[in-house]
Write a protein that binds this ligand. Structure first.
Ligand SMILES: NC(=O)c1ccc[n+]([C@@H]2O[C@H](COP(=O)([O-])OP(=O)(O)OC[C@H]3O[C@@H](n4cnc5c(N)ncnc54)[C@H](OP(=O)(O)O)[C@@H]3O)[C@@H](O)[C@H]2O)c1
Length: 314
């Protein structure tokens, strides 16, 4: 392990001339990640679900940072048509993509479906980002040294793949198991994408990150009863700020010593908090059999084919 447990965003080098996309960038870790990338000089495309959120984020960062190379674009990861449209618009405006941060996510929501009928946590957190990355793959492959960073979670350890019942049908849904599955899928995807980059000889890297615990809006729906509000304040006292929580993503995105398949998370006890270092994910996340099955299933469900990355075998 060569990672130092002191890393902060001050170690990010000059990103002038680089183009980055951060999904779910209006709040939490995505907002902090975007802010740090902008400060380092990158052109950052921040994706949001509504124009109101886009305008607010644009104003907040422009007011704070002055003239920065910031663009906002609409993207709903729970809607394959929105993802296709985003890909088309991005291609219309840009000819390079150095960094894609697959950050957006939902956690432990009640049972619901995406517009395309997918279980919403797998649909948003994994299938949405699978489709997005696929729509952008030609431009990623054409950008030397491009990186794809995908956000996972300690909760990947709660996950298990059951390919006959990927969407938790017939009353088998629980918010926890579905979140765990989606975050396990994020890692299976990360490692499989790296194998496919290598097999196809593409000069790009796929890496993952998890923030440990950070006080963002991710659990707001779980705290939304008035009597739970004091508990929220108490929990937030003990966990990382969004800025601290964004450091594993930022290190994964920018550390020049990172290699494909790296996973960054906090260095502290149980990986809950601390400076970002390389961490290990569980055995299930390294299953090449499950990764291949998930890839095939994700292509079938989303209709997005990675034509230039057909196989993970050299
Ligand atoms: N915070 C933690 O402790 C923690 C721990 C482990 C992993 N993570 C991971 O970190 C990532 C960022 O979460 P966060 O903590 O920063 O939470 P957050 O503040 O709630 O941010 C989540 C972002 O995802 C966006 N999003 C949700 N559904 C979307 C959809 N259908 N299409 C496009 N964007 C959508 C949200 O947009 P809206 O504002 O429109 O909803 C928001 O911008 C997630 O992948 C999460 O699983 C966080």
């Amino acid at each position: 392990m060569n990672a130092r447990a002191t890393w902060t965003e001050r170690e990010i080098g000059d990103l002038g001339g680089k183009v980055a996309i951060v999904t779910g960038a209006n709040s939490g870790l995505g907002f902090e990640t975007s802010r740090a990338l902008l400060k380092a000089g990158a052109h950052v495309v921040m994706t949001m679900r509504t124009t109101e959120k886009a305008d607010a984020a644009h104003k907040a960062l422009s007011d704070e940072l002055g003239p920065v190379s910031l663009e906002t674009m609409l993207l709903d990861l729970a809607d394959l048509e929105s993802i296709r449209r985003f890909g088309e618009m991005f291609h219309g405006k840009h000819s390079q993509l150095d960094l894609l941060v697959n950050n957006a996510g939902i956690m432990m929501t009640d049972a619901q479906l995406t517009i395309d009928g997918f279980e919403s946590q797998l649909g948003t957190n994994h299938l949405g980002h699978f489709a997005l990355t696929g729509h952008l793959m030609d431009i990623i492959a054409a950008t030397p040294g491009a990186r794809v960073v995908t956000l996972s979670s300690l909760a990947h350890r709660w996950g298990f793949m059951e390919f006959g019942n990927l969407m938790f049908q017939n009353g088998s849904y629980t918010p926890r198991a579905a979140y765990g599955r989606s975050k396990l899928a994020n890692l299976l995807f990360t490692y499989e994408l790296q194998r496919r980059f290598e097999a196809a000889g593409v000069d790009a890297m796929s890496v993952a990150a998890h923030p440990g615990t950070a006080g963002t809006g991710l659990a707001d729906h779980l705290f939304n009863r008035w009597y739970l509000q004091p508990l929220k304040s108490l929990v937030f006292l003990g966990i990382q700020t969004p800025k601290q929580g964004s450091r594993p993503s930022l290190r994964a995105a920018t550390d020049p010593t990172a290699v494909g398949g790296d996973f960054f998370g906090p260095s502290g006890r149980k990986e809950y908090r601390g400076a970002p270092v390389r961490v290990a994910s569980n055995a299930a996340s390294h299953s090449e059999i499950d990764a291949t099955k998930l890839w095939t299933e994700s292509e079938r469900l989303t209709g997005v084919k990675y034509e230039n990355l057909r196989t993970s075998t050299k």
